[in-house]
Design a protein around this ligand. Structure first.
Ligand SMILES: CC(C)(COP(=O)(O)OP(=O)(O)OC[C@H]1O[C@@H](n2cnc3c(N)ncnc32)[C@H](O)[C@@H]1OP(=O)(O)O)[C@@H](O)C(=O)NCCC(=O)NCCS
Length: 160
């Protein structure tokens, strides 16, 4: 793990970098699964500056970044709006910085912020090998399926 990485709440000034991280990591992860055009369509909508700006100020949510040497290299967005469930809506680490422990630090930090939440949930694309391996390693188990944007996902859960 890189010792110079800080996990902190995002600020407005980070949002362009968060969007760039999401676009790069989405293409790297999902182009082979759903194609670059579909990825562009989804990220342009879900990760627009307008949406990110709105999400930054939602109550009972954590919008965090991992920062290294002034650069945003990871991001997690999670909601505790329906306690006792904490929902991980996004967890992304730049491809060049993956497998260095940053994803685990982001997950641990966000779970640690919501001690009243006893269950952690998320959905992950069922062919997303990295994501599935990561979540299984972190103790998540499949609790069913979901279809998001016409794409099959697994619903996963673990006790906090
Ligand atoms: C999933 C993700 C957030 C994990 O973050 P990370 O910083 O790479 O993870 P960590 O270094 O904390 O943990 C590493 C573990 O993640 C999984 N993993 C990460 N990269 C992987 C790869 N290239 N191949 C297979 N497993 C991988 C493995 O379980 C690995 O454990 P191992 O090294 O013991 O095999 C990151 O890989 C990522 O952004 N992936 C693309 C986006 C994504 O899938 N997000 C989650 C879906 S919502």
């Amino acid at each position: 793990m890189t010792i110079d990485t800080t996990i902190r709440p995002a600020e407005s000034a980070d949002l362009a970098a968060v969007r760039a991280l999401l676009v790069e990591t989405w293409h790297d992860t999902y182009d082979p699964l759903i194609g670059a055009d579909k990825v562009r369509e989804i990220t342009d909508s879900w990760h627009s500056m307008e949406n990110l700006t709105q999400q930054l100020s939602l109550p009972e949510t954590a919008f965090l970044v991992a920062e290294s040497e002034g650069h945003v290299i990871g991001h997690v967005f999670a909601s505790a709006q329906k306690p006792p469930v904490l929902t991980i809506a996004r967890l992304y680490v730049l491809p060049a910085r993956q497998r260095q422990g940053i994803g685990k630090r982001l997950l641990d930090e966000v779970v640690g912020r919501y001690r009243g939440c006893t269950t952690v949930r998320l959905v992950v694309e069922e062919e997303n090998v990295k994501g599935l391996a990561f979540y299984r390693r972190e103790g998540f188990r499949s609790i069913g399926e979901a279809v998001v944007e016409g794409i099959k996902h697994l619903r996963m859960e673990r006790p906090r």
